[in-house]
Ligand binder design. Structure first.
Ligand code: ADP
Ligand code: MG
Length: 477
């Protein structure tokens, strides 16, 4: 990267980056009930390319965040829940599941702030808690609420609750996202998963009875509690809930600044935190492409298309406009790519993500709206077409968003590649800063030696098994 460092160009920054906060219209529209038949289902679905994941090896490796000493049976879950886990082929808990569950299930209930790397089963951890706390004799009475930053993540979590809870008779799970809750009936479910704006509207309109809620989960909690974004809405929702509700905060990242709010939001919580250097998932090979200038990025992206379609790929860009523009050009050049961002109408977004999950579309261009939480196991490549930035005028690099974006690959022991494009001094510096934050050694790719680039990427994507050497993860309780 040294040659790049000496290059000074004018970055001519485009418009402000899309934030998930801006994606949700304040008023839900439409009356349609959510169609949830969208998922190939969570769990270890083997992708159609040649990757054999030896999960059992990873789960026996003490250094892995997937390591555990116990079985799900030892966690004292109900028979119905255990049957659900079996059906999903969850054989052993991951570290976060094993460590956090006994604390979250204990009585009297206590709050929890839990951090664990991307793709290590945080959803399972809180879903098992939710299912263990629901009284199934009151299926239409809301008893658990999960808040998530995007429509897509809310629907995904809804589907995980339904999958693990498939043998819990009378379980009803509803998504509180724009257009999903019927105005006539309101929320009639034991577990509710929503985005904060819609949930707030439903409670205010008295369409969501929160009086018997026992558990509140905030997924992607650092993002959700950030006062620059969704924080205010989450705090407002919380003030409308029962005072003794158990609060569970989950994320792969908890920057110090947000931690202060988190501790206030979930007082007296058990805490499981990781050190900064433990955050990266070693199954993800992090690379960067040294592009000669901004304009060349597009041609390089097109050259990568063949590699992108070995598995599935997500391309992250800064703005909706550039997402649209790249799709238009790529399609004109004969490539098949989809776009998903906040300007699309809800049902359209659902259909687009369904297509991507099922493999009908394999390359998805998106903004930060999908940076967090989305779990599609076949994703083997993530491209940062633009380095994630934050702050006024996009002055600072955004290490958290970087980590979440690349975490769309390398799920639960799988391998994956991330390629970050740098093209000038600003982007180079931003990526170097991010690498320093996490202590990452980035692998350089050169657009001048295409054979070598292809080899480096293919070696990872087609490698026959996951690399077990995760960053050490001494979870501190
Ligand atoms: P995180 O929220 O930590 O990023 P997820 O909860 O989305 O990760 O889980 C990532 C993937 O791992 C999902 O596909 C999920 O079904 C799978 N998974 C979670 N727990 C287990 C387990 N104990 N055994 C096998 N697969 C699991
Ligand atoms: Mg998650």
């Amino acid at each position: 990267m040294a040659d790049l460092a000496s290059r000074i160009t004018d970055p001519n920054a485009p418009k402000a980056e899309e934030q998930p906060a801006g994606n949700e219209p304040s008023k839900p529209t439409g009356e349609t009930q959510l169609d949830d038949a969208h998922d190939s289902g969570p769990g270890l679905v083997e992708s159609n390319y040649d990757v054999e994941v030896k999960l059992s090896d990873l789960q026996n490796d003490q250094e892995s965040p997937l390591y555990s000493v116990s079985t799900f049976e030892q966690l004292g879950l109900s028979k119905e829940i255990n049957d659900g886990l079996l059906a999903m082929n969850y054989k052993k808990p991951s570290k976060i599941q094993e460590k956090a569950l006994p604390l979250m299930l204990a009585n009297p209930p206590r709050n929890m702030i839990a951090q664990s790397q991307s793709g290590t089963g945080k959803t399972g951890a809180f879903v098992l808690t939710i299912l263990s706390r629901i009284d199934f004799s009151k299926p239409q009475q809301p008893q658990a609420l999960v808040l998530a930053p995007s429509r897509e993540l809310a629907r995904q979590i809804q589907s995980v609750i339904q999958s693990i809870g498939q043998f819990c008779k009378d379980l009803i799970v509803e998504a509180a996202v724009p257009g999903a809750v019927s105005r006539e009936t309101g929320v009639k479910a034991s577990a509710v998963v929503g985005t904060p704006g819609t949930v707030m509207d439903l409670i205010r309109r008295r369409q969501f009875d929160v009086s018997q809620l026992k558990v509140l989960v905030i997924d992607e909690a650092d993002n959700m509690l950030d006062l620059q974004g969704l924080g205010e809405q989450c705090v407002r929702v919380k003030t409308m809930l029962p005072k003794n509700i158990q609060i569970l905060l989950f994320s792969a990242t908890f920057p110090e600044k947000v931690m202060v709010y988190a501790e206030r939001f979930a007082p007296n919580a058990h805490q499981m935190k990781l050190r900064q250097q433990e955050l990266t998932v070693k199954g993800i090979s992090q690379m960067y492409m040294d592009c000669p200038d901004e304009r060349s990025k597009y041609d390089i992206l097109c050259k990568l298309y063949g590699l992108m379609t070995i598995g599935s790929s997500v391309i992250f860009v800064k703005t909706r406009e550039s997402a649209n523009e790249i799709q238009r050009r790529m399609e004109a050049d004969g490539h098949k790519v989809s776009v998903l961002h906040g300007a699309y109408e809800g049902m359209n977004r659902d259909a687009l993500l369904d297509d991507f999950r099922s493999g009908r579309s394999k390359v998805l261009i998106t903004t930060n709206v999908l940076a967090r939480g989305i779990d599609v196991s076949s994703v083997s490549m993530v491209i940062n077409y633009d380095i994630p930035m934050k702050g006024i005028g996009d002055k600072e690099p955004d290490p958290e968003t970087y980590l979440h974006r690349i975490g769309r690959t390398g799920r639960f022991g799988r391998v994956g590649v991330s390629i970050s494009f740098v093209h000038d001094r600003k982007s180079f510096q931003a990526l170097s800063d991010i690498a320093n934050v996490y202590g990452i050694d980035l692998i350089q790719l050169s657009p001048d030696d295409w054979d070598l680039t292809e080899k480096k990427v293919q070696d990872v994507i087609k490698s026959s098994r996951a690399k077990p050497e995760y960053a050490p993860t001494a979870v501190r309780v």
